[in-house]
Design a binder for this molecule. Structure first.
Ligand code: 13P
Length: 248
Protein backbone atom coordinates (compact mmCIF):
# COMPACT_ATOMS: atom_id res chain seq x y z
CA UNK A 1 0.00 0.00 0.00
CA UNK A 2 1.51 3.30 -1.02
CA UNK A 3 0.16 6.44 0.51
CA UNK A 4 1.00 9.70 -1.23
CA UNK A 5 3.09 11.99 0.89
CA UNK A 6 1.48 15.27 1.90
CA UNK A 7 3.55 18.31 2.76
CA UNK A 8 1.26 20.90 4.34
CA UNK A 9 2.15 24.38 5.51
CA UNK A 10 0.28 25.96 8.41
CA UNK A 11 0.94 29.68 8.27
CA UNK A 12 -0.93 30.31 11.53
CA UNK A 13 -1.50 34.09 12.03
CA UNK A 14 1.12 35.12 9.49
CA UNK A 15 0.96 36.47 5.98
CA UNK A 16 -0.30 39.45 4.03
CA UNK A 17 -1.30 39.65 0.36
CA UNK A 18 2.21 40.51 -0.80
CA UNK A 19 3.70 37.50 1.04
CA UNK A 20 1.19 35.18 -0.59
CA UNK A 21 1.95 36.32 -4.13
CA UNK A 22 5.73 36.00 -3.79
CA UNK A 23 5.45 32.63 -2.07
CA UNK A 24 3.15 31.11 -4.64
CA UNK A 25 5.28 32.28 -7.58
CA UNK A 26 8.21 30.32 -6.15
CA UNK A 27 6.35 27.20 -5.02
CA UNK A 28 4.38 26.81 -8.26
CA UNK A 29 7.63 26.09 -10.11
CA UNK A 30 8.48 22.98 -8.05
CA UNK A 31 7.95 19.67 -9.75
CA UNK A 32 7.37 16.97 -7.18
CA UNK A 33 5.26 13.89 -6.63
CA UNK A 34 4.14 14.88 -3.15
CA UNK A 35 0.80 16.52 -2.49
CA UNK A 36 1.26 20.12 -1.41
CA UNK A 37 -1.17 22.05 0.75
CA UNK A 38 -0.93 25.54 2.16
CA UNK A 39 -3.19 26.70 4.96
CA UNK A 40 -2.82 30.48 5.03
CA UNK A 41 -4.88 32.75 7.25
CA UNK A 42 -8.52 32.84 6.11
CA UNK A 43 -8.02 36.35 4.73
CA UNK A 44 -5.69 34.98 2.03
CA UNK A 45 -7.62 31.87 0.98
CA UNK A 46 -9.61 33.45 -1.83
CA UNK A 47 -6.55 35.11 -3.31
CA UNK A 48 -4.34 32.03 -2.97
CA UNK A 49 -6.94 29.72 -4.51
CA UNK A 50 -7.11 32.04 -7.51
CA UNK A 51 -3.36 32.33 -8.01
CA UNK A 52 -2.77 28.58 -7.62
CA UNK A 53 -5.49 27.54 -10.05
CA UNK A 54 -4.16 24.99 -12.51
CA UNK A 55 -1.20 24.10 -10.28
CA UNK A 56 -0.91 21.08 -7.99
CA UNK A 57 -1.10 23.20 -4.86
CA UNK A 58 -4.15 22.95 -2.66
CA UNK A 59 -5.29 25.59 -0.23
CA UNK A 60 -6.88 24.90 3.15
CA UNK A 61 -8.26 26.59 6.24
CA UNK A 62 -6.74 26.51 9.72
CA UNK A 63 -9.97 26.11 11.69
CA UNK A 64 -13.74 26.40 11.33
CA UNK A 65 -16.89 26.41 13.43
CA UNK A 66 -18.78 23.17 14.05
CA UNK A 67 -22.11 24.67 12.96
CA UNK A 68 -23.02 25.31 9.35
CA UNK A 69 -24.00 28.94 9.99
CA UNK A 70 -25.49 31.09 12.71
CA UNK A 71 -24.91 33.77 15.31
CA UNK A 72 -21.21 33.17 15.94
CA UNK A 73 -19.52 36.54 15.59
CA UNK A 74 -16.03 36.32 14.17
CA UNK A 75 -16.21 32.63 13.30
CA UNK A 76 -15.86 31.00 9.89
CA UNK A 77 -17.85 27.97 8.76
CA UNK A 78 -16.54 25.02 6.80
CA UNK A 79 -19.00 25.91 4.01
CA UNK A 80 -17.47 29.39 3.76
CA UNK A 81 -14.02 27.87 3.37
CA UNK A 82 -15.35 25.52 0.72
CA UNK A 83 -17.03 28.44 -1.00
CA UNK A 84 -13.61 30.08 -1.34
CA UNK A 85 -12.11 26.94 -2.85
CA UNK A 86 -10.41 25.41 0.19
CA UNK A 87 -10.00 21.64 0.04
CA UNK A 88 -8.84 20.87 3.61
CA UNK A 89 -9.41 22.29 7.08
CA UNK A 90 -7.09 21.84 10.06
CA UNK A 91 -9.05 21.09 13.24
CA UNK A 92 -7.94 20.56 16.82
CA UNK A 93 -4.57 22.22 16.48
CA UNK A 94 -2.93 22.33 19.91
CA UNK A 95 -2.92 26.13 19.80
CA UNK A 96 -6.73 26.05 19.45
CA UNK A 97 -7.03 23.32 22.07
CA UNK A 98 -4.90 25.35 24.52
CA UNK A 99 -5.95 28.94 23.74
CA UNK A 100 -9.65 28.36 23.09
CA UNK A 101 -10.22 25.35 25.34
CA UNK A 102 -11.26 23.17 22.42
CA UNK A 103 -11.91 19.75 23.85
CA UNK A 104 -12.04 16.53 21.83
CA UNK A 105 -15.84 16.71 21.53
CA UNK A 106 -15.57 20.11 19.85
CA UNK A 107 -12.79 18.91 17.57
CA UNK A 108 -14.92 15.94 16.53
CA UNK A 109 -17.91 18.23 15.83
CA UNK A 110 -15.73 20.48 13.68
CA UNK A 111 -14.20 17.54 11.78
CA UNK A 112 -17.69 16.11 11.24
CA UNK A 113 -18.89 19.39 9.74
CA UNK A 114 -15.81 19.55 7.51
CA UNK A 115 -16.60 16.04 6.27
CA UNK A 116 -20.32 16.70 5.85
CA UNK A 117 -19.68 19.59 3.51
CA UNK A 118 -17.20 17.51 1.54
CA UNK A 119 -13.78 18.76 2.64
CA UNK A 120 -10.88 16.87 4.19
CA UNK A 121 -10.31 17.35 7.92
CA UNK A 122 -6.74 17.37 9.20
CA UNK A 123 -7.21 16.36 12.82
CA UNK A 124 -4.30 17.34 15.07
CA UNK A 125 -3.39 15.50 18.23
CA UNK A 126 -0.36 15.10 20.43
CA UNK A 127 0.86 15.07 24.01
CA UNK A 128 2.24 17.94 26.09
CA UNK A 129 5.71 17.73 27.59
CA UNK A 130 4.31 16.96 31.05
CA UNK A 131 2.18 14.14 29.66
CA UNK A 132 5.18 12.74 27.88
CA UNK A 133 7.39 12.99 30.98
CA UNK A 134 4.72 11.12 32.94
CA UNK A 135 4.72 8.29 30.40
CA UNK A 136 1.25 9.18 29.14
CA UNK A 137 2.11 9.79 25.48
CA UNK A 138 0.33 6.76 24.08
CA UNK A 139 -2.76 7.08 26.26
CA UNK A 140 -3.14 10.76 25.37
CA UNK A 141 -2.84 9.89 21.68
CA UNK A 142 -5.43 7.14 22.09
CA UNK A 143 -7.98 9.31 23.89
CA UNK A 144 -7.57 12.24 21.52
CA UNK A 145 -7.80 10.01 18.47
CA UNK A 146 -10.87 8.08 19.59
CA UNK A 147 -12.71 11.15 20.89
CA UNK A 148 -11.84 13.52 18.04
CA UNK A 149 -12.49 11.22 15.08
CA UNK A 150 -15.90 11.67 13.41
CA UNK A 151 -18.15 8.65 12.95
CA UNK A 152 -18.09 9.36 9.21
CA UNK A 153 -14.28 9.45 8.98
CA UNK A 154 -12.66 7.64 6.05
CA UNK A 155 -9.16 7.66 4.60
CA UNK A 156 -10.44 10.04 1.91
CA UNK A 157 -11.97 12.67 4.16
CA UNK A 158 -9.56 12.53 7.11
CA UNK A 159 -5.85 13.03 7.74
CA UNK A 160 -4.31 12.72 11.19
CA UNK A 161 -1.51 15.09 12.19
CA UNK A 162 0.58 13.89 15.11
CA UNK A 163 1.98 17.06 16.65
CA UNK A 164 3.65 16.68 20.04
CA UNK A 165 2.88 20.02 21.72
CA UNK A 166 6.42 20.34 23.12
CA UNK A 167 7.89 20.07 19.61
CA UNK A 168 5.84 22.90 18.11
CA UNK A 169 7.92 26.01 17.47
CA UNK A 170 10.70 24.82 19.78
CA UNK A 171 13.23 23.38 17.35
CA UNK A 172 12.98 20.09 19.27
CA UNK A 173 11.66 16.90 17.69
CA UNK A 174 11.09 13.43 19.08
CA UNK A 175 13.57 10.75 18.03
CA UNK A 176 12.86 8.67 14.94
CA UNK A 177 11.92 5.77 17.23
CA UNK A 178 9.46 7.91 19.18
CA UNK A 179 7.80 9.31 16.06
CA UNK A 180 7.57 5.77 14.64
CA UNK A 181 5.97 4.54 17.88
CA UNK A 182 3.37 7.31 17.93
CA UNK A 183 2.44 6.87 14.27
CA UNK A 184 2.26 3.08 14.60
CA UNK A 185 -0.06 3.53 17.57
CA UNK A 186 -2.34 5.83 15.56
CA UNK A 187 -2.46 3.36 12.68
CA UNK A 188 -3.31 0.53 15.07
CA UNK A 189 -6.10 2.60 16.59
CA UNK A 190 -7.35 3.44 13.11
CA UNK A 191 -7.40 -0.23 12.23
CA UNK A 192 -9.52 -1.05 15.28
CA UNK A 193 -11.89 1.82 14.64
CA UNK A 194 -12.08 1.94 10.84
CA UNK A 195 -10.89 -1.46 9.66
CA UNK A 196 -7.66 -2.61 8.07
CA UNK A 197 -8.27 -1.28 4.57
CA UNK A 198 -9.11 2.25 5.68
CA UNK A 199 -6.26 2.25 8.21
CA UNK A 200 -3.79 1.25 5.51
CA UNK A 201 -4.87 4.19 3.36
CA UNK A 202 -5.18 6.78 6.15
CA UNK A 203 -2.51 9.45 5.98
CA UNK A 204 -0.79 10.24 9.27
CA UNK A 205 1.49 13.24 9.01
CA UNK A 206 4.00 14.56 11.55
CA UNK A 207 4.16 18.16 12.79
CA UNK A 208 6.45 19.95 15.23
CA UNK A 209 9.68 21.71 14.19
CA UNK A 210 9.87 20.06 10.76
CA UNK A 211 12.56 21.85 8.78
CA UNK A 212 14.84 21.49 5.76
CA UNK A 213 17.39 19.48 7.78
CA UNK A 214 15.16 16.90 9.45
CA UNK A 215 12.36 16.46 6.89
CA UNK A 216 13.98 13.67 4.90
CA UNK A 217 14.63 11.57 8.00
CA UNK A 218 11.11 12.15 9.34
CA UNK A 219 9.37 11.42 6.04
CA UNK A 220 11.32 8.18 5.66
CA UNK A 221 9.79 6.74 8.85
CA UNK A 222 7.28 4.00 8.28
CA UNK A 223 3.77 5.26 8.97
CA UNK A 224 4.82 8.91 8.48
CA UNK A 225 2.99 10.16 5.40
CA UNK A 226 4.27 13.70 5.27
CA UNK A 227 4.42 16.75 7.47
CA UNK A 228 2.46 19.67 8.85
CA UNK A 229 4.95 22.50 8.84
CA UNK A 230 4.62 25.77 10.76
CA UNK A 231 7.56 28.18 10.87
CA UNK A 232 9.49 26.58 8.03
CA UNK A 233 6.50 26.90 5.68
CA UNK A 234 6.59 30.69 5.76
CA UNK A 235 9.60 31.08 3.48
CA UNK A 236 9.31 29.61 0.00
CA UNK A 237 12.96 28.42 -0.05
CA UNK A 238 12.57 26.48 3.19
CA UNK A 239 9.20 25.04 2.26
CA UNK A 240 10.50 23.98 -1.18
CA UNK A 241 13.41 22.13 0.43
CA UNK A 242 10.95 20.28 2.66
CA UNK A 243 8.83 19.35 -0.36
CA UNK A 244 11.95 18.12 -2.13
CA UNK A 245 12.83 16.06 0.95
CA UNK A 246 9.62 14.16 0.36
CA UNK A 247 10.68 13.13 -3.12
CA UNK A 248 12.50 9.85 -2.63
P1 13P B 1 6.38 24.47 13.74
O1 13P B 1 6.74 23.76 12.47
O2 13P B 1 6.64 25.93 13.71
O3 13P B 1 6.99 23.78 14.93
O4 13P B 1 4.79 24.35 13.90
C1 13P B 1 4.20 23.12 13.74
C2 13P B 1 2.74 23.29 13.72
O5 13P B 1 2.12 23.68 14.69
C3 13P B 1 2.04 22.99 12.44
O6 13P B 1 0.68 22.93 12.61
Amino acid sequence: MTRRLLVAGNWKMNGLMSDGREFIDKIKKISSDVDILICPPATLIDFMVKVTKGSKLSIGGQDCHFEKSGAYTGDISASMLKDLGASHVIVGHSERRANYKEINKVVRAKATMVNIIGLVAIICLGETEAERDNGKMLTVIETQFLESLPEIATSDNTIIAYEPVWAIGTGRTPSVTEVAEAHRKIRELAEKKLGLNVAKRLRIIYGGSVNQSNARELFAIEDVDGGLVGGASLKAENFSSIIEAGTF
